[in-house]
Design a protein around this ligand. Sequence first.
Ligand SMILES: Nc1nc2c(ncn2[C@@H]2O[C@H](COP(=O)(O)OP(=O)(O)OP(=O)(O)O)[C@@H](O)[C@H]2O)c(=O)[nH]1
Ligand SMILES: [Mg+2]
Length: 279
Amino acid sequence: MIQWFPGHMAKAKKEIVAILPLVDIVFELADARIPASSQNPMLAEIIQKKPRLILLTKCDMADSTLTSAWERYFQDSGFGVLAIDAISGYNIKKIIPSAREMLKDKFNKERALGMKVRPIRAMILGIPNVGKSTLINRLVQRRAAAVGNRPGVTRAQQWIRINPNLELLDTPGILWPKFADQTVAMHLALTGAVKSEILSFVDIGEYFLDFFRQYYSKLFISRYKADLNLPNSEITARIVADRGIIQDDYYEKAFEIIINDFQNMRIGRITLDRIQISQ
Ligand SMILES: Nc1nc2c(ncn2[C@@H]2O[C@H](COP(=O)(O)OP(=O)(O)OP(=O)(O)O)[C@@H](O)[C@H]2O)c(=O)[nH]1
Ligand SMILES: [Mg+2]
């Protein structure tokens, strides 16, 4: 099952390529719960050598041990990386210093050439629902939102001066996820990055129960008091019964409840994309 957005992505690519010469650095947002599944594999080709700071959003919802492992992985791959929570503001203050550090050589060269000290120009890229608008609002809030009048490439694009150190394009670039395989599709659907027309609640829910059996049985049991050794039909029956729901399609309904609970952080901190935890 391969679903993809080639048309959307081709258009997005053109727009990003047009704007890219104006920016010093790309802030690539990826969901900390699915750092790999929420990346677009075309990004490297699109942005070429432009420095990339990967911001793992919603880190408050992710498993912190795995977030650390993912941070190490991205660092080792040569990217800047920060885990952020744009709602509480966690690590938001580190974004500018991290970007400045990554651009040290470029800015030193400019200074050596006698150029004036200027703000870093950045653009935000990421798949739908990854937290682009929340981050922009968060950054802007920290200082009165002075919307610059200098146009970007298109009339619609404007720079927002966050502070003397950072200017941000006001509209983020949308990257489209790639449904590379069934697991990626499941993870995108579970986090709500995309609505899947192909996967049903039952497909996703059955996958999710097996995932809980393998990785987060304690969290599942503490939320639902249901034994994961039981067959799915009994687990789902228990979940709906506990909620006083009587309906024929209880199997589907139970999965809807579990997925909704997950998306609203009622089960706990869960990372879907797994990575080797090393010391
Ligand atoms: N817990 C948590 N929720 C977040 C965080 N960042 C964003 N969200 C939530 O994620 C949802 C999507 O955030 P948006 O900022 O609208 O995402 P977006 O990337 O702009 O989405 P599109 O405009 O649809 O592409 C919202 O419900 C936010 O409140 C975060 O760091 N932590
Ligand atoms: Mg948005």
